[in-house]
Design a protein around this ligand. Structure first.
Ligand SMILES: Nc1nc2c(ncn2[C@@H]2O[C@H](COP(=O)(O)OP(=O)(O)O)[C@@H](O)[C@H]2O)c(=O)[nH]1
Ligand SMILES: [Mg+2]
Length: 443
């Protein structure tokens, strides 16, 4: 996500990052580079120009170059402005005090509406809501089919009617939700390849009829400036309440998406980062700005961990950590948890600094993870609980059993020891008042 933009921005700001002398002149030069990086990522030129102008003005106004760590100050200004550009505060779905809350999705064909409908339903279900999906994309039977299949995967009911009448489908869907006590209705609509009158009129009619609490515009971030134009066109007709950026996992022209908020003045509420149904993140401008500037997104990582981790497991783990009893069995359990949280690539992208080491090594990493699993699986329960008994002959047996080199077994055990040592250090920190959160081996 924004990997290229990230790298270029970092390069532009790097010269200013150290304690080095900063002058009006090199601020101007850095901003020229920042502007170029934004333009190359397909950020709208007006947005890029305003952005760098504002940063420059603030930097000069605060006499950044006279400060103790001018580079850091400037990066802070860039960060603040980026957060502002992305909308400032996080905005959640606005739920109606009188359920069901009705959410209408609109956007071009292929933008990811149907996928998002299911992702949103799964997300709301995890938050304790009872959603109903409504197929108001009534013209292609395959569309309702797709929604029904996705609903099945996440255990959320899907409402559809056989007739090709979108407005009625939406209306009856809301009625069905009331009848079956579902508290959120998500209406998936038909899109066209291009903005066209018929489509707009239909979505408008649905909106008028069901009076949704939220109308969300779903847009493919990879379509560059077209995304911005579509946003404008939909907003003129529908006056939507929020934006969903999809396909942020692709890197191509994602920067255009950053202009949308600026152009339509409506909050981005979610970002979709893959085809899998759990690849959805609530959009937080500050977290996104941190990612773009290469600072990772630790908060989203922790939230993801908390979602996957049940409380009992967490309590047990915490107990073990406190007593420094963490063994290979716990380690294995953690690996499984980690895998459930998403792809390694996605997780690493949330860890500060990890993006830089990503590309080439990553495939190796996924393979390495499987080998680690195989090694641990080849141990007896007793060995997992008490790795100290792993003498040379036991190690040889494990290597043979898991089909890896003895060297790799030794390496894993060494790393595990190191990790345990780190945990003890973390414990000491914990005693000094800092809490131990998230995953212990994601330092
Ligand atoms: N890589 C990626 N693909 C996505 C994402 N969201 C949707 N897709 C894919 O984009 C295609 C179109 O999505 P769909 O939900 O059918 O779009 P719709 O026509 O707007 O309903 C499908 O192949 C999806 O799997 C995303 O966030 N990332
Ligand atoms: Mg669809």
């Amino acid at each position: 996500m924004f990997e290229e933009l990230s790298q270029k921005l970092e390069a532009a700001l790097k010269a200013l990052r150290g304690e080095g002398r900063i002058t009006e002149l090199n601020i101007a030069e850095a901003m020229r580079q920042v502007r170029r990086a934004l333009l190359e990522a397909d950020v709208h030129y007006e947005v890029a120009r305003d952005f760098t102008e504002r940063v420059k003005e603030r930097a000069l106004g605060q006499r950044v170059f006279a400060q103790v760590s001018p580079g850091q100050q400037l990066i802070k200004i860039v960060y603040d402005e980026l957060v502002a550009l992305l909308g400032g505060e996080h905005e959640d779905i606005r739920f109606s005090p009188h359920p069901p809350t009705v959410i209408l999705l609109a956007g071009l064909q292929g933008s990811g509406k149907t996928t998002f409908a299911a992702k949103l339903a799964a997300y709301l279900k995890r938050r304790g809501r009872a959603p109903l999906l409504v197929a108001a994309d009534v013209y292609r039977p395959a569309a309702a089919e797709q929604l029904t299949r996705l609903g099945g995967q996440i255990g959320v009911p899907v409402f559809r009617i056989p007739e090709p009448e979108a407005v009625r489908a939406a209306q009856e869907g809301v009625r069905e939700a009331r009848r079956t006590a579902r508290d959120v209705v998500i209406i998936d609509t038909a899109g066209r390849l291009h903005v066209d009158e018929e489509m707009m009129a239909e979505v408008e009619a649905i909106k008028r009829t069901v009076a949704p609490h939220e109308t969300l515009f779903v847009v493919d971030s990879m379509t560059g400036q077209d995304a911005v134009n579509a946003a404008r066109a939909f907003h003129d007709r529908l006056a939507f309440d929020g934006v969903v950026l999809t396909k942020l996992d692709g890197d191509a022209r994602g920067g255009a998406a950053l202009s949308i908020r600026y152009v339509v003045q409506k909050p981005i509420k979610f970002a979709s980062t893959g085809e899998k149904l759990d690849q959805l993140i609530p959009f937080h401008p500050d977290r996104m700005a941190q990612r773009i500037l290469g600072f990772g997104d630790v908060l989203t990582l922790v939230e993801r961990a908390q979602e996957q981790y049940n409380r009992e497991q967490a309590a047990r783990l915490e107990r073990k950590l406190r007593r420094a009893e963490f063994d290979l069995e716990d380690f294995y359990e953690q690996l499984q948890q980690l895998k459930k949280m998403g792809s390694l690539r996605e997780l690493l992208s949330m860890i500060p600094g990890a993006q830089k080491m990503l590309p080439a090594e990553l495939e190796w990493d996924e393979r390495a993870l499987r080998r680690v699993e195989a090694i641990i699986q080849s141990m007896t329960p007793e060995e997992r609980r008490n790795p100290d008994i792993l003498n040379a002959s036991r190690r040889r047996r494990i290597a043979q059993g898991s089909g890896v080199d003895l060297r790799e077994v030794n390496q894993l055990l060494r790393q595990f020891e190191e990790m345990r040592r780190w945990m003890k250090t973390a414990q000491k920190l914990g005693k000094q008042g800092r809490s131990l959160r998230g995953f212990p081996f994601l330092r």
